[in-house]
Design a protein around this ligand. Structure first.
Ligand code: SF4
Length: 552
C-alpha cells in the first residue's frame, strides 16, 4: 500500500523542504503515517482532557505520561518499530474513550476527539492520511507553521519531561500544558497572534521542564563537578550507553558491578561523568566515539554491546544488530527491546551476558582525557574569578556554542568558529554539537579552562542560570552581557531550547546550519524582527560581529 508522507520536523529534512518518499533518518512512510496518527490521537485525548481541566479536575499522571511518551516516540531518531506504534495507538483509543465518558458535553471538541481508531492496521494507515501535516491544503501557512512549531516544542519538552518523570519528578503546570497546547493546535478559532502567544508559552514551559529535570538530576545524582573523562577505550568486555537517560546508566552500572564489564558513555551521555553518584562507579571507564551520526561506522563489528536509552538511533547495520539493544521509548524492528519489570526496574542480564560473550577490546588504547562537569553549580563557584577577569579586561567575551550535531558538511562551521575564538574568550558548550570541538585543547584563561562543558541539551537551563547570574553581578540584562549564542539545531529538543531562550527574552541568537523548514516566511520574519535571530554565515563574519571588530 502507498502512504502519502510528509515530515519536516528536523534539520536534515529532504531538500530542506520535507521528506516525502522516505525519511532521511530512515523513517518509512508507514511509520510516518502511524506517527501522524499517534499525534492526532494525542490531540483528541487533549481536547477531552482540556475540558476536564477547565472543570478543575486533575488528569491522571498515567495519562500525562502516555501523552508525553507518545510525543517523545515521534521525535526524530527515536522509534521505528511498527508494533510499538500500533500498541500505543490502541492504548490511545482506550484513554480517549475513558476521558470521553467523563466529559458530558464537548461542543468545542475537535474532530480528533470524535475520531475512533480503526481495528485494523490497514484501517489506521488509511485514516492516517487525514492526520498528515499537509492534509488540509486550505490551511493558512502561518497557522500551520505556528501549530507545528508548538508541536515540535512539545516534543522536545516531552523528552525532558519523560527523563525527569523516570526519576520521580514532574511539574504540574507542564503536565497540564501538554493537553492545553495540543488542544489549541486543532482549534480553528485561534489566530496567528494567539498562536504566537502560545509559542512563547511553550518556551516558558520548556524552561520549567528543564528546571525540573535539573532538580531531578542534581538531587538524585548530586551537582556535577569538573571530572576528567578518558575518550579512548580499555581492554575488556564492555557496554556502551547512549541517549540521555541517567537512570538507565545507573541501573546498568549497578547490574554490571563486579562482573568485569567496562561501561562507556556515548554521545549525549558524556556529561554523566560529572555527576558524583554516577562517577563513583570505577567501571564507568570513559566515553566512546563521537556524536550520533557517526554510530553506524563506530559500532560496525564492535566486540561489545550498545544500549540506546533515547535518541538518536540510526538504522543498525547487520554487523552489530545482534548487540544493540533499545529501552524506554526507543525502538527498531528486529532489535531487542528491554522493558520495565513489574517493579519498574529493568533486567539487563541479556545485554550483560552478550557483552561477556563478545569479549570486548583486546588491548588498552593510550588514554586521552577531556574535562566535563561545568554545570551551573560548578561554573558559578568560579563566579568571583570570572567577574574579576571580565572587569580587568582579561576575559573579553563568552561564546555559548552548542546544540545538536548532524551529518551535513556545513556543520564544520561550528568547529571552525570554536577554533577561531580569541584566547581571551571562554567557550561554554552543551549537547552533542560539542563533539565538533570537545577533543581540541583550548588551554586556560585566568586558571579556568577555556572550554566549559555545561552538559546535555536540557542543560541549556544551566547555561541560562550562568548567564542570569552574570547579568545580575554586572547589574545588567542577559542581552547586554559580553555573551553570544551560536546554536546548532537538528531535532525537536533544540526547538524547545530555542523557544526557551526566546521566552526569556534572549536576542541575537545565531542559528544554523540551516533554518527550520517548518517556519513560514512570515513566522521567520516575526522571529527575526522580534528576537533578532540571525542565520549563521561564516565563522569569520559572525565572530567579528559578535566581538564588534572588523572581519579578519
Ligand atoms: S524526522 Fe527528519 S529526516 Fe526523519 S522523516 Fe522527518 S524530516 Fe525527514
Amino acid at each position: 500500500m502507498d502512504y502519502p508522507m510528509f515530515c519536516y520536523q528536523c534539520e536534515q529534512t529532504a531538500g530542506g523542504k520535507g521528506c516525502t518518499k522516505v525519511g532521511v533518518c530512515g523513517k518509512t512512510p508507514e511509520i510516518a503515517a502511524l506517527q501522524d496518527l499517534l499525534v492526532y490521537q494525542a490531540k483528541g485525548i487533549s481536547c477531552y482532557a482540556k475540558e476536564l481541566i477547565k472543570k478543575g479536575e486533575k488528569i491522571n499522571k498515567e495519562i500525562v505520561s502516555f501523552v508525553e511518551n507518545s510525543l517523545f516516540t515521534t521525535l526524530t531518531n527515536v522509534n521505528f518499530d511498527r508494533d510499538a506504534h500500533e500498541k500505543m495507538l490502541r492504548k490511545s483509543q482506550e484513554i480517549k474513550q475513558d476521558l470521553r465518558s467523563k466529559v458530558s458535553s464537548c461542543e468545542d471538541c475537535c474532530e480528533q476527539a470524535a475520531y475512533n481508531l480503526s481495528d485494523t492496521l490497514d484501517g489506521m494507515l488509511e485514516d492516517a492520511k487525514k492526520a498528515g501535516i499537509m492534509y488540509d491544503q486550505t490551511l493558512d501557512p502561518d497557522i500551520r507553521s505556528l501549530r507545528q512549531t508548538i508541536i515540535y516544542g512539545l516534543k522536545g519538552i516531552s523528552a525532558y519531561g519523560h527523563q525527569a518523570r523516570e526519576l520521580g519528578y514532574y511539574n504540574d503546570e507542564v503536565d497540564e500544558f501538554y493537553f492545553k497546547a495540543l488542544a489549541a493546535t486543532c482549534d480553528d478559532k485561534l489566530t496567528v497572534e494567539d498562536l504566537i502567544t502560545l509559542t512563547l508559552k511553550t518556551g516558558d514551559m520548556s524552561v520549567a521542564v528543564m528546571q525540573k529535570l535539573d532538580e531531578a538530576n542534581t538531587t538524585v545524582y548530586k551537582n556535577p563537578a569538573p571530572h576528567k573523562v578518558n575518550v579512548h577505550y580499555k581492554k575488556g568486555p564492555f557496554i556502551i550507553v547512549s541517549g540521555h537517560d541517567l537512570k538507565d546508566l545507573e541501573m546498568i552500572l549497578k547490574q554490571t558491578e563486579g562482573k568485569g564489564i567496562n561501561v562507556y558513555t556515548h554521545g549525549e551521555m558524556i556529561p554523566c561523568h560529572g555527576y558524583p553518584e554516577l562517577n563513583k562507579y570505577p567501571h564507568l571507564v570513559g566515553n566512546f566515539g563521537g556524536a550520533w551520526q557517526d554510530q553506524q561506522k563506530e559500532f560496525d563489528n564492535i566486540p561489545g554491546c550498545i544500549l540506546m536509552t533515547t535518541n538518536c538511533l540510526m538504522k543498525p547495520r547487520d554487523s552489530y544488530k545482534d548487540r544493540i539493544f533499545t529501552t524506554s521509548v526507543v525502538g527498531w524492528e528486529g532489535v531487542k527491546y528491554i522493558g520495565k519489570t513489574e517493579t519498574g526496574e529493568k533486567d539487563f542480564s541479556e545485554i550483560i551476558n552478550k557483552a561477556l560473550e563478545l569479549g570486548g577490546f583486546e588491548e588498552d588504547q593510550e588514554p586521552k582525557e577531556i574535562l566535563v562537569g561545568f554545570g551551573h553549580h560548578a561554573t558559578l563557584s568560579n563566579a568571583p574569578a570570572i567577574i574579576d577577569a571580565v572587569k580587568s579586561g582579561k576575559l573579553r567575551h563568552f561564546f555559548l556554542i552548542g546544540g545538536c550535531d548532524g551529518a551535513r558538511p556545513g556543520r564544520n562551521y561550528y568547529t571552525n568558529f570554536a577554533k577561531k575564538v580569541p584566547k581571551d574568550c571562554i567557550i561554554l558548550t552543551l549537547a552533542c554539537g560539542k563533539y565538533r570541538f570537545n577533543k581540541l585543547n583550548f588551554g586556560e584563561l585566568e586558571g579556568l579552562p577555556r572550554l566549559l562543558d555545561v552538559g546535555q541539551c536540557n542543560d541549556a537551563y544551566s547555561a541560562v542560570r550562568i548567564a542570569l547570574a552574570l547579568a545580575d553581578a554586572f547589574d545588567t540584562d542577559v542581552n547586554c552581557l559580553p555573551l553570544s549564542i551560536i546554536l546548532s539545531w537538528y531535532e525537536q529538543k533544540a526547538v524547545a531550547d530555542l523557544l526557551a531562550l526566546l521566552s526569556l527574552g534572549v536576542k541575537g541568537i545565531y542559528l544554523g546550519p540551516s533554518l527550520p523548514a517548518f517556519l513560514s516566511p512570515n513566522v521567520l520574519q516575526y522571529l527575526v524582527d522580534t528576537f533578532d535571530i540571525k542565520p549563521i554565515s561564516t565563522p569569520e563574519k559572525d565572530l567579528a560581529a559578535c566581538l564588534e571588530v572588523p572581519v579578519k
